[in-house]
Design a protein around this ligand. Structure first.
Ligand code: PLP
Length: 394
């Protein structure tokens, strides 16, 4: 049986991590993998997370199973955090998932159960896992224009024209904030226009919200999602706690599904629990419990928000510094988009050959499509990167 297996192509970003590790040059800089790092290069455990873990350890008396859909208090806390006052509990089913990735996977499973002929519309470019999961599942997808190579902003006219082709019962996959890999995001007015297109076409939005709190702020980053849900009869939101709580390895996410019509919520809720059962039965609990402990405690929430804000502002300062260095070195403002982008990533617009030169000549690692992780920088490495970008002729 196993002799028939074929080698799988390695994940490009994980392969890049291996290459970085093997590089013996002093001062090498890793801007590849999408993990937040502080100025010393560490991915710290957040203070509130440590405090919550201590409380959980002290109070926990059992490790018995919880609920198939996950701990209800966690689901309620996440619904409040993501949807705010817009939460319509009577229309929202939710599921605790294995990270944000698990939420996307379950969303696609649900969409396919609801409409076996579903086509998913994805941004070009998008997070490569979106595509590989759909390829693996055999879910058809088409790309919509998103990134304008010339301005490094959103090609909104192209996006609108392509989304207008969506059909009733299709799914439109949108990045809620901090678009990965480009860093280019929709304005609230543009979200409203997307919402109108969804309304006209009858396509169902699936919003991937993996970086809430990393862009313009916790509430601001959810504004597009809230606007869409306030208008759409049906919608899905796949949210991840990996980045904003810094609990990557705990695998904590949630899928929220907004439905319409009498009885629809209970059927959707039952279907979500069924999907967990078929795939892995009960979802992981520890990360969910950490998040719920923080969100249900005013003191811990305040401390977590403060630390998340430090993280966000730190990344914004690095963006400003990089844009300013490049302005000085080139005498132009053509790299100012770096300061306008939001989240952990920016797509630089360098060719694969330039990305290779930057790696070989300056020991700076970024993904082949020239996505760089801003959090991999610090005040000292920003000028080194700026110089390497200019030397490579970007
Ligand atoms: C766009 C996007 N969506 C979802 C995820 C899911 O993250 P996780 O499964 O680690 O929670 C990520 C993580 O890198 C991401 O970048």
């Amino acid at each position: 049986m196993f002799a028939a297996l074929k080698p799988q192509a390695p994940d490009k970003i994980l392969a890049l991590m291996g290459e970085f590790k093997a590089d013996t040059r002093q001062g090498k800089i890793d801007l590849g993998v999408g993990v937040y790092k502080d100025p010393t290069g560490l991915t710290p455990v957040m203070r509130a997370v440590k405090a919550a873990e201590k409380r959980i350890w002290e109070a926990e008396t059992t490790k018995a199973y919880t609920a198939l859909a996950g701990e209800p208090a966690y689901l309620a806390a996440m619904a409040r955090m993501v949807l705010g006052d817009g939460l319509d509990a009577g229309r929202t089913a939710s599921l605790s998932t294995v990270g944000g990735t698990g939420a996307i996977r379950q969303a696609l499973e649900l969409a396919r159960l609801g409409n076996p002929g579903v086509t998913v519309h994805v941004s070009d470019p998008t997070w490569p896992n979106h595509l590989s999961i759909m390829q693996f599942m055999g879910v058809p997808f088409v790309e919509y224009r998103y990134f304008d190579d010339a301005t490094r902003g959103v090609d909104f006219e192209g996006m609108k024209a392509d989304l207008a082709r969506a059909k009733q019962g299709d799914v439109v996959l949108l990045h809620g904030c901090c678009h990965n890999p480009t860093g280019a995001n929709l304005t609230l007015d543009q979200w409203a226009e997307v919402s109108a297109i969804l309304e006209r076409t009858g396509a169902v939005p699936l919003i991937d919200l993996a970086y809430q709190g990393f862009g313009d702020g916790l509430e601001e980053d959810a504004a597009g999602t809230r606007l869409i849900l306030s208008r759409a009869p049906e919608a899905m939101v796949a949210a991840s706690c990996s980045k904003n709580f810094g609990i990557y390895r705990e695998r904590t996410g949630v899928l929220m599904v907004q439905v319409e019509g009498a009885g629809a919520r209970d059927v959707a809720q039952g279907t979500l629990a069924y999907l967990n059962r078929q795939n892995y039965s009960f979802p992981p609990d520890h990360g969910a419990r950490i998040v719920q402990t923080i969100l249900d405690d005013d003191g811990l929430t305040a401390d977590w928000r403060a630390e998340l804000e430090e993280v966000r502002l730190g990344m914004l300062a690095l963006r400003e510094q990089l844009a300013a260095e490049l302005r000085d070195l080139t005498g132009t403002d053509r790299f100012d988009f770096v300061a306008r982008h939001r989240g952990m990533f920016s797509r630089l617009g360098a060719s694969p050959e330039q990305v290779r030169r930057i790696k070989e000549e300056a020991a700076i690692y970024m993904v082949g499509d020239s996505r760089l992780n801003i959090a991999g920088l610090n005040r000292d490495s920003v000028p080194v990167l700026a110089r390497a970008i200019v030397d490579a002729g970007v």
